[in-house]
Design a protein around this ligand. Sequence first.
Ligand SMILES: C[S@@+](CC[C@H](N)C(=O)[O-])C[C@H]1O[C@@H](n2cnc3c(N)ncnc32)[C@H](O)[C@@H]1O
Length: 249
Amino acid sequence: MIIDVLTLFPEMFTGPFASSMIGRARERGLVEISLVNIRDYAPGKHRTVDDAPYGGGSGMVMQPGPIWQALDSLRARGRAETVVLLCPQGVRFDQELARALANTPTLALICGHYEGVDERVRETVDLEVSVGDFVVTGGEIPAMLVVDAVCRLIPGVLGGPGGAEDDSFASGLLEYPQYTRPRNFRGLEVPEVLLSGHHQRIARWRRQEALVRTLVRRPELIDRAQLEPEDREVLRALARRLQALDLDS
Ligand SMILES: C[S@@+](CC[C@H](N)C(=O)[O-])C[C@H]1O[C@@H](n2cnc3c(N)ncnc32)[C@H](O)[C@@H]1O
């Protein structure tokens, strides 16, 4: 997969894209990530990329020209088949969208800055994506989030058995609780079942915990999750137990 990130601040990506999972995936050739400096496509000696908004108002707006030029150049090289504009007004980024983007051979992410991008940039993008209902200074940190979530879904990137399959949201549920050594930490014990070595019991316990955790923390996810008949039985048993509780006394 090839990801091109269009930004005015390529230096912001140096650390995050060089280390940990993304750094390793790049080294192993599983993903190619290029930083495209939008300023390189700006005309004139000063390479101006922004200007004051028509109609007045505070701040500066990124001009459409340099962004279009940068995209034209990528497209001429067979890249940027899918173009995403990071934008607080876009569709909310989630695991399903990460999965869809991970299936895109060549992806381009546009990072806005200042007051955002000229409205006409939207004409040349496929999708506007928001990382949440809040506004950050630029699209760089949102782009890092998107790249990270997408890269860990590229086959081979996570390595080892299981990969991202058990992660929260992968099956529509939150992940089960995880424990590691020590077995007893300040009086807090690891659940006995995890020490049993009984793989079926462990898998059943994890699934039940994932169901309960999702029901308690994010009940709306249960409606959309792919539930097996055993899952429904777990939920029915839980409902029966809740009904049996005398909460009024
Ligand atoms: C300060 S914001 C501009 C916000 C814009 N004036 C508005 O109210 O919609 C500058 C840039 O940061 C990025 N950005 C800010 N918040 C974001 C979010 N929640 N998700 C994705 N990108 C965001 C976008 O690229 C945006 O163009």
